[in-house]
Write a protein that binds this ligand. Structure first.
Ligand code: MIC
Length: 652
């Protein structure tokens, strides 16, 4: 039976402006709120300029600065100034560097149950914790949403996950989402909205739910949704925003497209091994591995309780020799509350290193670990090299596991540490009223004043590249063939070296695919023409960065033929005029080699609105032919033919 009466459907139905909400159909949704962060926002602001926008048409749009906050030279600071001027110009809120990571900060200050949120960051889905429909997408789609246009998604299946029982001591929300990843891997959620329900919800706070919703991105899900219930009301009350509360629950007879059950009381501490969030095992199975770094923070464990539990565990103790315990507070507010409660003192006294509020090591902006040494992090991702260290060994776990391991110097199940040290589970008393701090949030300027603002464009801000239409015939070499699950970190790397060029496409292009082939940019330049990439399953998993589509496109990429795609990257390819095709017979992937010349002809006719979605791809080098399928809606076909959204809009 198809899904019925779910929270997800209610959110879709109340925002549907185009299409029919039937699984697999493209639908257009009205967007109430947007968030952009600095690493993706510089392009979004340029796109708003290209769209000729006067003022944001959303209810709330916020530009956060949380990623590029190490200022090793002038570039990042100049980008911040550009973002601030653009926020002023277009009527957005501006969250200063150091105010906090976008996701928890947005939840604290702006999230409203029942609203939609589009964000140029894959972890935007975290706001599902408040009963919002929150979707991470490419920057261009957020720009269009800010301009008042609908957000297009393919209507996902609704996957009901019924929670029963209560988490045992030393097991926390992170272990719930790691259990989902243990069961389903990094593509288990593709084209699904995950909706949690059931009696187990009662013991999870809104911030616990944020932890679970956040890493729905690692499952590849379109969104994660929780009901808006008493836990959400308590959260909003503590934030001084109870007036924003609305109750939203599934109908008593709700049914889901797919069903799953997790007994919370049966969970144990889990850890994702290097280098995939989907490679999850019980901590006890790998206990004893030496660790040299433990990092607590990021949007995947942002709550006060996550820091408070670590503080209580290390209080009056000392971190093990040779271990760096790094604390990345996720927002000003949380840092203030942790400090008020004495937690900051306990952490510092035990040897922790206290950093500024922001994403930091999560995207390799500092905190790079030593090569080959184990780094244990409460972060959402551990794709190879993402930490900034080429040969890294990053594990993902709960704050309890990170703190216990920082004290012992080896990967430790917190239950075993507690038994050995005779430590009772800490009883955390969280403040009834949070230290609301809006001092680093600049509100939108009044309209007349906003219209007079000049954008502060530093020399690091390049123009958007020219995007020409797709040729009718494409004969081009395969410059790269990748394995399964290639992440956007491997297409356009994170890290302190590349990130300052997020606003400078020609410079950033020099990093394209270099994690897979250091010579790729040089080879593409020497080829000096169109090329293709062949990919495996789940091509482009991970982040929403549209740079992973734009920089290869800038170097000449015009089509990717893969076994399957991750949702956001697939959309980004389309938005920038790169044709994404899937092998009809996955076995054909094996037959193509790097260096082969592939040929597609009659593309205009093949991508006409009513044409069959299967094309013939000729391998001229091997004299073979493969059937390949596109999954483009008629709207998307015309975008790809035009060369992407920007030229398509210019032609309107
Ligand atoms: C990430 O976690 O990978 C990032 C960095 O937050 C990205 C956004 C980006 O690449 O700027 C994401 O999740 O979308």
């Amino acid at each position: 039976m198809p899904a019925h009466g779910t929270v997800a459907q209610r959110l879709v139905d109340t925002h549907l402006v185009e299409g029919k909400a039937e699984v697999g159909e493209e639908i257009g949704l009205r967007v109430d709120q947007t968030l952009t962060q600095d690493a993706t926002g510089t392009l979004v602001m340029q796109e708003l300029e290209a769209l000729g926008l006067d003022r944001a048409r959303t209810e709330v749009s916020v530009q956060y600065v949380d990623h590029n906050i190490l200022q090793a030279d002038e570039r990042n600071a100049e980008d911040h100034a550009f973002l601030r001027s653009a926020a002023n110009r277009f009527g957005l809120w501006y969250s200063k560097p150091g105010n906090g990571v976008s996701h928890p900060t947005h939840m604290q200050r702006f999230g409203v149950p029942g609203k939609t949120l589009a964000g140029s960051d894959s972890h935007t889905c975290a706001a599902g914790s408040l009963g919002m429909l929150a979707v991470g997408v490419g920057g261009l789609e957020v720009a269009l949403a800010i301009a008042g246009r609908p957000l297009y998604v393919r209507m996902p299946q609704i996957w009901g996950v019924r929670l029963t029982g209560e988490l045992p001591p030393w097991v926390s929300a992170k272990d719930v989402i790691l259990e989902m990843l243990r069961r389903h891997g990094v593509k288990g959620g593709v084209n699904r909205i995950i909706e949690y329900h059931g009696p187990g919800l009662a013991s999870l706070t809104a911030m616990d739910r944020h932890v679970i919703a956040n890493m729905g991105a690692e499952l590849g899900a379109t969104a994660t949704v929780f009901p808006s219930d008493d836990a959400v009301r308590d959260f909003l009350r503590a934030e001084g925003r109870e007036a924003d509360f609305t109750k939203i629950s599934a109908a008593p007879d709700a049914t889901y497209d797919l069903d799953e059950e997790i007994d919370l009381s049966a969970l144990e501490p889990l850890v994702a091994q290097p280098s995939s969030p989907g490679d999850v095992v019980p901590v006890r199975q790998v206990a004893g591995e030496p660790v040299s770094q433990c990092v607590i923070g990021s949007s995947a464990n942002p709550g006060l309780r996550d820091f408070a539990v670590a503080a209580a565990m290390v209080k009056d103790r000392r971190t093990a020799d040779g271990v760096s315990l790094d604390i990345n507070p996720t927002s000003r507010e949380i840092l203030q509350d942790l400090t008020r409660s004495g937690g900051t003192f306990d952490l510092i006294a035990a040897g922790a290193r206290l950093h500024q509020s922001g994403c930091l090591g999560c995207i390799g902006m500092g905190q790079a670990p030593a090569a080959g040494r184990n780094s244990l992090r409460t972060m959402p991702r551990n794709f190879p090299g993402r930490s900034g260290t080429e040969e890294d060994s990053v594990w993902l776990c709960s704050p309890e596991t990170a703190a216990a391991s920082a004290l012992t110097g080896t990967l430790t199940d917190p239950r075993d540490w507690a038994a050995e040290t005779g430590t009772a589970p800490p009883s955390l008393r969280l403040p009834e009223h949070a230290s609301v701090n809006t001092g680093m949030l600049e509100p939108p300027l009044p309209e007349q004043e906003a219209l007079t603002v000049e954008l502060q464009r530093g020399p690091n801000i390049s123009a958007l590249p020219d995007l020409d239409p797709l040729p009718d015939t494409l004969t081009a070499p395969v410059l790269l063939k990748t394995a399964d699950n290639v992440s956007t970190d491997e297409i356009s790397p994170a890290g302190a070296k590349a990130l300052p060029y997020r606003s400078n496409i020609p410079q950033l292009a020099e990093f394209t695919f270099t994690r897979l082939d250091p010579e790729h940019p040089r080879r593409a330049r020497e080829h000096d023409g169109f090329y293709l990439v062949v990919g495996g399953e789940n091509y482009g998993q991970g982040s929403s960065r549209e740079h992973a589509a734009i920089t290869p496109r800038y170097l000449g990429l015009r089509a990717v033929v893969a076994r399957s795609f991750a949702r956001i990257h697939w959309q980004n390819l389309v938005n920038f005029g790169v044709l994404p095709l899937e092998f009809e017979d996955g076995g054909d992937y094996e037959r193509v080699r790097e260096g082969d010349t592939l040929h597609l002809s009659g593309l205009r006719a093949a991508l006409a609105p009513d044409a069959e979605p299967v094309l013939r791809l000729r391998n001229q080098t091997r004299d073979q032919e493969y059937a390949v399928r596109h999954r483009l809606s008629p709207r998307q076909r015309s975008l790809v033919l035009a060369g992407g959204i920007i030229p398509a809009l210019a032609a309107e």
